[in-house]
Design a binder for this molecule. Structure first.
Ligand SMILES: Nc1nc2c(ncn2[C@@H]2O[C@H](COP(=O)(O)OP(=O)(O)OP(=O)(O)O)[C@@H](O)[C@H]2O)c(=O)[nH]1
Ligand SMILES: [Zn+2]
Length: 229
């Protein structure tokens, strides 16, 4: 198949858009993207991926005239572009709305058990788990759902759990104007469970403690207690 990026569907400005992705994060935390990451629009990406996935199925020997298999290449392509890897598109970066902390709430706020669905960038199979985030409010508080949305935005990419954890923490620090942010992720990696070592009982925990969470062991303990650890 021809390289779809050399086709007439390529649009000017793609390079500029790609460098804007994760620009708010330190360079070593940005998801590695090609400069032409946005040269194709969503529909062109779905078409191109469907074509490639059709070839994979054909190489595997599957009969694509079968009415159950026939729609699979496009189904997978749509799932990749619009669902699993939606967080690669900076148009979906959540707008984190802050409110004035009129009630002078000073204690830790914890959003726990946030549903986490991501994809292992080494094997392209799911990572499934929970994220727990906390922050100490200053002059502002955040709309609760925005915490979940930030988790989901970075999760919906090919990922390693360490980078995902730090991306969420850095984004929240920027958005909430405070370093006092904690993120803990516990997740099952299907690449560990379903292949390779085939271990279905182990899980992976990662954490990032910013500001006073990094300095104050009692505060960290309180966070861990509140999330049931
Ligand atoms: N650090 C880290 N490693 C991960 C993550 N997800 C998957 N991996 C690991 O990435 C590694 C890739 O190692 P390779 O030896 O190149 O791949 P492999 O031959 O498929 O490895 P096995 O899984 O041991 O069969 C594996 O050890 C995976 O368990 C993650 O989020 N963080
Ligand atoms: Zn993996």
């Amino acid at each position: 198949m021809d390289n779809p990026l050399s086709a007439a569907t390529a649009v000017a400005g793609g390079a500029a858009a790609a460098t804007a992705v994760d620009a708010q994060l330190p360079a070593d935390l940005r998801t590695p993207l090609r400069p032409d990451a946005f040269a194709l629009d969503e529909e062109a990406k779905i078409e191109a991926i469907a074509g490639h996935f059709r070839e994979i199925m054909q190489v595997l020997g599957l009969d694509l005239t079968d009415d159950s298999l026939n729609g699979t290449p496009r189904r997978v392509a749509k799932m990749y572009v619009q669902e699993w890897f939606r967080g690669l598109n900076p148009e979906y970066r959540p707008d984190v709305r802050l409110f004035e902390n009129r009630y002078q709430y000073q204690q830790m706020l914890v959003e726990r058990d946030i549903t986490l669905f991501s994809c292992c960038e080494h094997h392209f199979v799911p990572i499934i788990g929970k994220a727990h985030v906390a922050y100490l409010p200053g002059e502002h508080v955040v709309g609760l759902s925005k915490l979940n949305r930030v988790v989901q935005y970075f999760a919906r990419r090919p990922q390693v759990q360490e980078r995902l954890t730090r991306q969420i923490a850095e984004e929240l620090k920027n958005a909430l104007h405070t370093d006092n942010v904690a993120v803990l992720i516990e997740a099952d990696h299907l690449c560990v469970m379903s292949r390779g070592v085939n271990d279905t009982s182990s899980s992976t925990l990662t954490a990032e403690y910013g500001g006073v969470f990094g300095q104050d062991a009692a505060l960290r303990q309180e966070f861990l207690r509140l999330i049931g650890k």
